[in-house]
Write a protein that binds this ligand. Structure first.
Ligand code: ADP
Ligand code: MG
Length: 224
């Protein structure tokens, strides 16, 4: 843990089970995890171990059965759907494996989309993101006119445009070749350092996980 920095995410005793084919399956059995501002944490674990489930709960996209998630001092279980959506919009950056850019918007408008909705658009920071992510020549293009690495750079920029407290990334480099994955992750880490937000990234790659400050593994429903 980055000593002295405030905790932006605190997960304690988190439980979640799903009912499938009439059977109750416990995916998370009491997960504890803390991420400090400025800290990069890699979350690994076998396929099906519950990594995406944990990120969805942290993002407020689904509700836990028990336990607590505290984001920047706010317990999200106390918020309704609207409150969770607002917190997600204003305080979180999300990046997924499938870039999820809006096909009908240019790179420039994709980048600014979330920060505008959040009412936190900052032209100077927008310009810095464009420069650092090397997107200056691509602003008028549409997502389908970009390579995978370029699309993911836009997705990272969009996620960080509103200066979130926490960046959540679920296998963000899973669709990229190794060299492009390294480059995109290095850019993300540089920008995380620049904003001082916390960074929680799910990855299959032990090599990429090792480049973050700390590694945690989800196994049998727990983070040891
Ligand atoms: P990971 O991201 O580590 O591969 P997931 O969090 O996607 O794992 O899934 C963990 C387990 O929960 C899997 O067994 C998966 O089938 C199950 N699961 C995930 N989401 C649902 C859902 N909405 N309904 C039923 N089961 C689900
Ligand atoms: Mg997953």
């Amino acid at each position: 843990m980055t000593s002295g920095n405030p905790i932006v995410l605190s997960v304690s005793g988190l439980t979640k089970s799903y009912r499938t084919a009439g059977e109750q399956v416990a995916v998370l059995r009491g997960v504890n995890l803390a991420v400090a501002s400025g800290e990069g944490v890699a979350l690994t674990g076998e396929s099906g171990s519950g990594k995406s489930t944990l990120l969805h709960l942290i993002a407020g996209l689904d509700a836990a059965d028990g336990g607590e998630i505290v984001l920047a001092g706010t317990p999200i279980s106390g918020l309704g759907d609207a409150g969770r959506a607002e917190l997600r919009r204003d305080r979180l950056g999300l990046v997924f494996q499938q870039f999820n850019l809006i096909p009908s918007l240019t790179v420039e408008d994709n980048l600014a989309f979330q920060s505008r909705i959040a009412g936190r658009h900052d032209a100077a920071w927008h310009g810095e993101l464009v420069a650092r992510l090397g997107l200056g020549q691509l602003l008028k293009r549409y997502p389908e006119q970009l390579s995978g690495g370029q699309q993911q750079r836009v997705a990272i920029g969009r996620a960080l445009a509103a200066k979130p407290l926490l960046l959540l990334a679920d296998e963000p480099t899973g669709n990229l070749d190794e060299a492009t994955a390294d480059e995109v992750l290095a850019l993300a880490r540089d920008l995380v350092t620049r904003t001082g937000c916390g960074f929680l990234m799910v990855t299959h790659s032990a090599r990429l996980a090792a480049t973050l400050d700390r590694q945690v593994t989800l196994h049998a429903g727990l983070i040891a």
